[in-house]
Write a protein that binds this ligand. Structure first.
Ligand SMILES: [Zn+2]
Length: 320
């Protein structure tokens, strides 16, 4: 450890607390010696420990220490940046305060009165959970509306990041509207059994997939033929279930509804359509754009990307 490092660190910590309390540099030095000497903590891991020790000692909440560093400047991040910002803040022993412009895409039922709104928000680069704690200053969020959230904090629970309001947050309806479509690219891992030529419930506004002549809501129905692909896309880190309607299914497989019905009739089996599509699609790279709910993407646009096809991979493996 160089003395230079230590004096920088001391200065840094003293400065951080400057607005709230005046800390004796010698006390910081002693704390550093103790952490280094007794607990063998490496120099570059000391800062968060020191900060939280002096926070405890002087009873200073995170909000006081980090919350109002730049309260007037609205500087929104993209949701795709959350992880990086959270990790950087963690490494510095700080909370991750951010501003965002997001659409409230899905409202969930709060399980306590102290929560005003909970649900999913999206901004075109990603989506995350948002919790708005009850506060008379905040508007009640409406599904489908876009909001400016200032000074909200990124939280982590079991590896998942989310956003949460605090008393320091500002929430208002945004003037700007945002794209809430998502793009995802990956290899098609598998086709769900309810892909290909399927039947849908004809009841008003239902259109659930009919299996063995039954709709899960309306019971036995005479289903109407439709064409779709429900598939798992995987990029090696993450996966999504993607839904392609009849037009998109035709676009990526070249099979239209009429052709599919003919194939099923010839084979006396509807699953031939799914199986043919599976052979065509599994192993190919697809980029999709659409609305995302949880891990599902309802696709508006789909495009094959250059990537190894399964048969190519097989061929290469046989050569090896
Ligand atoms: Zn139905």
């Amino acid at each position: 450890m160089s003395d230079n490092n230590t004096s920088d660190l001391v200065e840094d910590v003293v400065e951080l607390f400057d607005e709230d309390v005046s800390i004796d540099p010698e006390a910081v030095e002693q704390a550093i010696e103790k952490f280094r000497g007794e607990y063998k903590i490496p120099q570059d891991e000391l800062r968060p420990l020191l900060v939280s020790q002096f926070q405890d000692k002087h009873d200073i909440a995170d909000e006081e220490l980090f919350g109002d560093s730049d309260p007037d400047e609205f500087d929104p991040i993209s949701l795709s940046e959350m992880e990086e910002i959270y990790e950087t803040a963690q490494a510095n022993g700080q909370n991750a305060w951010v501003d965002v412009i997001v659409k409230f895409t899905q409202a969930w039922e709060p399980n306590t009165d102290s929560i005003q709104n909970v649900g999913l928000v999206a901004d075109g680069t990603g989506q995350t959970k948002l919790t708005v704690w009850s506060n008379k200053e905040f508007p009640v969020l409406e599904e489908g509306e876009t909001y400016r959230l200032e000074n909200v904090v990124i939280e982590e629970y079991q590896g998942d990041l989310s956003l949460s309001s605090t008393p320091n947050s500002t929430i208002e309806v945004a003037e700007e509207s945002i794209e809430d479509t998502n793009t995802f690219e990956g290899v098609i891992l598998e086709l769900n059994d309810t892909s290909g030529l399927i039947k849908r419930c004809p009841e008003d506004e239902c259109s659930r997939v009919v299996t063995d002549g039954r709709c899960s809501v309306h019971g036995n129905v005479e289903g109407e033929f439709d064409l779709r692909v429900k598939a798992i896309l995987d990029n090696g880190f993450d996966s999504r279930t993607v839904y392609l309607d009849a037009d998109l299914t035709e676009e990526v497989t070249g099979i239209d509804l009429e052709t599919a019905e003919q194939k099923a009739q010839d084979a006396l089996d509807v699953s031939v359509v799914r199986n043919e599509m599976e052979e065509m699609l599994v192993g190919r790279y697809l980029e999709v754009t659409g609305s995302m709910y949880d891990n599902n993407i309802f696709v508006d646009e789909a495009e094959f990307q250059i990537g190894p096809r399964e048969e190519d991979v097989d061929a290469i493996e046989q050569l090896a």
